[in-house]
Design a protein around this ligand. Structure first.
Ligand SMILES: [Zn+2]
Length: 319
């Protein structure tokens, strides 16, 4: 740490991104600078209560770190969590992979952090906020962020904020049906986009086609690059389904920028070149958005949590 940090207090917030197995955290300065970063396990194998306690303890340790190294306590905190989130009331409603139900996260964190204001956000929408404001969508007034990971989700960016919807479900593009006779989805429908074009879906399809149960989506991308016809077919199916889902979304939302992230986007132009072509082929009257890879990688959620915390302070001042 720079020695001046001890001499001059540095105003900062706590940012926490809670994933299925790991948590990423940071202390973030007013200009968005990451002053300190840390990672820790959620301890989900010990149950939902233990996960909540890990989050609270992690936040408290970050607060202590800030006091020691930056001369003052964090002035606010932002936390991104997976699953269903009631951001307005600060409640982590449900997360299948963490096992909790109706955790009053904002109140619990506020209590543990000496009463500072706390913002709670949905992980994808929080990551989307960061991608839209300081990442790949910087400067775009309308964007759609779509991470292709275990599943597929979306964040709808409008004028610097993310649209959550009336009930907190806006942006669930992964459950747009693109193949009505397609595979069963966990949501109860068939042929949802995420059953066909998520990193997990490509992994499943390539493991089956290649006969190697260990093969994953990244291996499929490599096989595509070397011209393997079986891989090309798996890839084409996924890209085609993805283009169908994205065209539905852009017909409805007319975004200026379409930011594609998650594990599958790491294939780079192996994904983006055929994807842009497939989208272009499908649109008629719709305007084509810029289709770009996400820029912030797996720090997007944490950076977004920091933005949520700073936003909270600016709205409190202006309120
Ligand atoms: Zn579904």
């Amino acid at each position: 740490m720079p020695p001046r940090a001890k001499l001059f207090p540095v105003k900062h917030v706590i940012a926490l991104d809670v994933g299925g197995t790991g948590m990423k955290a940071a202390l973030v300065g007013a200009d968005g600078t990451l002053l300190y970063e840390a990672r820790r396990a959620t301890g989900r194998e010990r149950g939902a209560e233990a996960v909540v306690e890990s989050i609270l303890a992690f936040a408290a340790d970050l607060r202590a770190y800030g006091e020691e190294h930056f001369g003052e306590s964090a002035v606010a905190a932002g936390v991104a969590v997976p699953g269903i989130v009631d951001a307005e009331n600060g409640i982590a409603v449900y997360a299948a992979n963490l096992g909790w139900r109706d955790v009053p996260m904002r109140r619990l964190l506020g209590e543990r952090l000496g009463g500072v204001p706390v913002a709670l956000g949905h992980d994808v929408r929080t990551g989307g906020l960061a991608e839209g404001r300081i990442g790949a969508g910087k400067g775009a007034d309308r964007f759609l962020f779509v991470p292709l990971g275990t599943g597929i989700a979306g964040a709808i960016g409008i004028a610097g904020t993310i649209e959550a919807g009336a009930h907190g479900y806006a942006g669930e593009i992964g459950h747009i049906v693109v193949r009505p006779d397609g595979p069963d989805c966990g949501c109860g429908q068939r042929g949802c986009l995420e059953t066909l074009a998520s990193a997990s879906a490509v992994t499943r399809a390539w493991a089956a086609a290649s006969g190697d149960p260990e093969a994953d989506a990244a291996d499929c991308a490599k096989a595509v690059e070397s011209g393997d016809p079986a891989a090309l077919e798996v890839w084409r199916n996924a890209v085609d389904a993805l283009a169908a889902g994205l065209v539905t979304a852009l017909t409805l939302l007319d975004p200026r920028t379409l930011i594609i992230g998650g594990g599958l986007a790491e294939a780079g132009e192996t994904l983006f070149t055929p994807l842009r072509a497939a989208v272009e082929e499908r649109v008629t009257f719709q305007k084509l958005p810029h289709i770009v890879p996400a820029a912030l990688g797996d720090t997007a959620g944490c950076l977004g949590a920091g933005l949520l915390a700073w936003d909270l302070l600016s709205t409190e001042v202006s309120a």
